[in-house]
Ligand binder design. Structure first.
Ligand code: ADP
Ligand code: MG
Ligand code: MG
Length: 191
């Protein structure tokens, strides 16, 4: 399990990365979507940072729940409710369960909400291999990088990118990349 402070540092580190890579994420979304993934995420994580900068939050679950609410209320795009559902579901187990199970609960929430499966070129293509890696104790920055790259040859089946059909092939999925930053931040703050 992780501590309240680790949870906070994880999310703050995620926020810093998103802010740094905001333009890159929007450029990725420009290629196969509407070009707003970086700005959507930056708005969301800024709200997350503000919401969790609160000494009255005593448990990881309380931090995670605040983060979920911030993502849901501040991010207009598809990604907001998906990250929000993931964080909300994770908040239910983060106080007691090991991280692999916590992240798996997040993955299941994303799948339930978005109805995407592996290889549909979505966030699921990051969350699912990460759950596997956490279970096998093989989560590294390289494995995350690999999962990002693996979205490139895929044809999008869900979300805006799916409107492009074949033309979505050959580009990284923006949501898989931003999710990769979430797990890189996890490695840095918790592992
Ligand atoms: P929007 O597409 O509404 O502009 P964003 O640009 O913020 O929202 O987010 C796009 C990302 O959301 C995609 O790159 C993809 O990873 C993710 N996404 C979209 N639809 C789904 C879905 N049904 N299931 C999982 N992830 C999805
Ligand atoms: Mg978009
Ligand atoms: Mg949009």
């Amino acid at each position: 399990t992780i501590t309240t402070e680790e949870t906070r540092r994880w999310l703050v580190n995620f926020s810093k990365r998103i802010e740094e890579e905001k333009q890159y994420l929007s450029n990725l979304d420009q290629a196969i979507g509407d070009g707003d993934h970086g700005s959507n995420m930056a708005r969301g994580v800024k709200a997350v940072e503000e919401a969790i900068d609160d000494d009255s939050l005593e448990k990881p679950s309380e931090v995670m729940k605040k983060a979920a609410m911030a993502m849901i209320s501040k991010v207009g795009g598809a990604s907001g409710p998906l990250y929000g559902s993931a964080f909300l579901e994770m908040s239910k187990s983060v106080d007691e369960k090991d991280l692999d199970e916590v992240v798996e609960a997040g993955l299941n929430a994303i799948k339930k909400r978005g109805q995407a499966k592996l290889k549909d070129k979505t966030m699921v293509d990051m969350w699912e291999p990460v759950v596997e890696s956490l279970k096998n104790d093989t989560l590294t920055k390289a494995s995350i990088q690999e999962a990002m790259e693996a979205t490139k040859p895929l044809k999008a089946k869900k979300g805006r990118a799916s409107y492009l059909n074949e033309r979505s092939i050959g580009h990284l999925d923006p949501g898989a990349v931003s999710s990769g930053y979430l797990f890189m931040a996890l490695i840095e703050e918790v592992e």
